[in-house]
Design a binder for this molecule. Structure first.
Ligand SMILES: CC(C)(COP(=O)(O)OP(=O)(O)OC[C@H]1O[C@@H](n2cnc3c(N)ncnc32)[C@H](O)[C@@H]1OP(=O)(O)O)[C@@H](O)C(=O)NCCC(=O)NCCS
Length: 142
């Protein structure tokens, strides 16, 4: 990438708090910094795009690295939307879990986005959420 962008796949060398602030700022998470760091450390695949040393975009995937993977926490800093960073994060995650079946669920307002990025809608997926009311209220659940 150009324009001062650097893609990282490890968690060191930048202020991780910027990841926590980015995700919490969009309501994608409410974890504190230590827990969020652990979440990324435990994830099989992770991507951080830095611009001038600061976090510009993030994403992660849980996976066995062989057969199955699921993507979470895709976010791009708002002043950098529309420049292809989101697609770059997705492509880098797909590269790290190449060969796997990859699933994700998204907020209802982003369904078209993932179809734009080459994902197909599942007909048979189910979820079990501890805080079901939130997901019902936000329109995730039938
Ligand atoms: C969603 C998000 C990650 C997109 O990041 P981005 O860097 O702006 O995305 P990109 O520039 O790579 O791609 C945007 C493309 O998707 C298209 N797009 C955007 N929203 C869309 C939608 N709802 N339906 C169809 N296409 C859509 C754009 O037109 C653009 O198309 P192009 O690449 O052909 O020009 C970013 O807006 C974000 O961080 N939002 C807040 C956090 C969030 O909601 N994350 C998703 C959680 S599942």
């Amino acid at each position: 990438m150009s324009d001062g962008f650097v893609i990282k796949t490890d968690i060191d060398g930048f202020d991780f708090r910027e990841v926590t602030d980015l995700l919490n700022g969009f309501g994608l998470s409410d974890l504190d910094n230590d827990k969020q760091r652990l979440v990324f450390e435990r994830s099989y695949a992770k991507v951080f795009i830095l611009k001038d040393g600061h976090v510009a975009a993030v994403g992660r995937a849980l996976s066995d690295g062989i057969a199955q993977a699921s993507i979470y926490n895709i976010a791009v800093r708002e002043d950098l939307w529309g420049k292809g960073l989101g697609r770059t994060v997705i492509n880098e995650l797909l590269r790290q879990v190449e060969g796997c079946n990859v699933v994700l669920y998204t907020h209802p307002k982003h369904i078209g986005l993932y179809e734009h990025w080459g994902f197909r809608k599942l007909k048979t997926s189910y979820a079990h959420f501890p805080n079901e009311e939130h997901f019902l209220a936000e329109g995730f659940l039938e």
